[in-house]
Design a protein around this ligand. Structure first.
Ligand code: UD1
Ligand code: MG
Length: 452
């Protein structure tokens, strides 16, 4: 199985300098979703046909398992697939291959159609069976703009594009999604013979259907389970609509696995979220990169977590931010307006209010007071703060790294710690408190009277 992904189109309606297929859905480029789908199918060769955005598209997504074919200028979908044939044909099976694998097929996907399900494509591939042309088609209420599937006595005879269709053909409601599977050898035979004598002057991939029929090759169809599977992105509106579909799918999968979501419409997962048992997530939380939540973790409202691990029974938020490299142990509490970055916090420790903990190693049963800040950055370099087990840090403390607070130490509120604090002792750096006897609070001076 080879996959050709068409991604040469311009995407004018995005009104953006970013090539269309690089616009992110759930934090990943549209084309990245399609490439990952091809990988999940276990594709042999994956060839991306690119053009608009050129090297920027390639640079953004290049990987050792991908081939790239440049299409310049863009003369139609048939012309686009033709550009991929040298890469695809190079994967022609060798004589040592087993009989079944000598039948090579090619699946055509679109770089701006990000949400096609692997199951749907597997059904299409099964329908093609290695020796047939299989089209993914759908029955829709409003077929406008799509190629129509023309059938005779139930059998597909050709596809006619909207712009080439007569009124009878325009009334057909079975449309071409564009996705298809064909035997690779047949594609190699058909594509060079396509013409462009049609309303758009393009080399239509869809014309291979009539060629297959003329050769007596069966043309079969399969259908997506949901309409959004074959919807493409041409505008920011369509991008936002598919983002919502995707997020709802992710939310449904989380709930099916036992996660409690306060509102499945108010969670955004832009990466991988791994949850244990009895995890609950309140509204408006964003998860980026790979986030792991242990059993019984509670994420309260309005949190942002990126590349973080949260141990069992911990509570995060409301309004907390865990940045990359955060590792929380079990029963850790991170409260409102606390930011943690590249830090580990061991079991039963708490930072409940207004703190920045960056590049810190924090032990067990530590209490981080409100307003504590690790001063980890001198404008040029970053330094670590070490806080050992059973430390109590008073409110409004600055820890000027590199610095270590010894086991069981207490830091008095308002301390600016510039040298290590010894274990088990109280360390405090604070101006002495004074009371000034007889001091009077200033009073407002009388306003000057207006003279007539
Ligand atoms: C195509 C199909 C139509 C189908 C519709 C589904 C053809 C002739 N028609 O029409 O039957 O209903 O998709 O959306 O195939 N592309 C290239 N290079 C090109 C032209 C297109 O890479 O030279 C890519 C585009 O980036 C896009 C995709 O192919 O991702 C489809 O191209 P587009 O021009 O939008 O095809 P439609 O006219 O919509
Ligand atoms: Mg077109």
């Amino acid at each position: 199985m080879n996959v050709v992904i068409l991604a040469a189109g311009q995407g004018k309606r995005m009104h953006s300098d970013l090539p269309k297929v690089l616009h992110p859905l759930a934090g990943k480029a549209l084309l990245g979703h399609v490439i990952d789908t091809a990988r999940e199918l276990g594709a042999g060769k994956i060839c991306v046909v690119y053009g608009h955005g050129g090297e920027r598209v390639r640079a953004a997504l290049d990987a050792p398992d991908l081939d790239w074919a440049r299409q310049e200028p863009q003369l139609g979908t048939g012309h686009a697939v033709l550009q991929a044939m040298p890469a695809i044909a190079a994967s022609a099976p060798t004589e040592s291959s087993t009989v079944s694998s000598t039948v090579s097929s090619t699946l055509v996907l679109y770089g701006d159609v990000p949400l096609t399900r692997v199951d749907t494509l597997k059904r299409l591939i099964a329908a093609a069976g290695g020796d047939k042309l299989a089209l993914l088609t759908a029955h829709v209420d409003n077929p406008r703009g799509y190629g129509r599937i023309v059938r005779s006595e139930g059998l597909v005879t050709r596809i006619v594009e909207e712009k080439d269709a007569d009124d009878a053909e325009k009334s057909i409601r079975e449309i071409n999604t564009g996705i298809l599977v064909a035997p690779t050898a047949a594609l190699a035979r058909w594509l060079p013979s396509l013409g462009n004598r049609n309303a758009q002057g393009e080399y239509y991939l869809t014309d291979i259907v009539a060629l297959a029929v003329a050769e007596g090759m069966p043309v079969v169809t399969a259908h997506p389970a949901a309409a959004w599977e074959t919807e493409g992105v041409n505008s920011k509106l369509q991008l936002a609509a598919l983002e919502r579909v995707h997020q709802r799918n992710v939310a449904d999968a989380l709930m099916e696995a036992g996660v409690t979501l306060a509102d499945p419409a108010r969670i955004d997962v832009r990466g991988e979220l791994v949850c244990g048992r009895d995890v609950s997530i309140d509204v408006n939380c964003v998860f980026e990169g790979r986030v792991v939540l242990g059993d019984g973790v509670r994420i309260k409202a309005n949190c942002v977590l990126e590349d973080a691990v949260v141990g069992a029974g911990s509570i995060v938020g409301p309004f907390a931010r865990l940045r990359p490299g955060t590792a929380l142990g079990c029963d850790v509490h991170i409260g409102n307006f606390v930011e943690v970055k590249n830090s580990s916090i061991a079991d039963h420790s708490k930072a409940n209010h207004l703190a920045y903990l960056g590049d810190a190693t924090i032990g067990s049963r530590v209490n981080v007071g409100a307003g504590t800040i690790t001063c980890n950055y001198d404008g040029a370099n970053k330094f670590r703060t070490v806080i050992e087990d059973d430390v109590f840090i008073g409110s409004d403390t600055q820890l000027v790294a590199p610095v270590t607070v010894g086991r069981g130490a207490t830091l008095g509120a308002g301390t600016t710690l510039t040298r290590d604090a010894p274990p088990e002792q109280l360390t405090v750096s604070r101006a002495k408190q004074v009371a000034v006897p007889g001091w009077k609070r200033p009073v407002k001076l009388p306003k000057p009277q207006k003279e007539d």
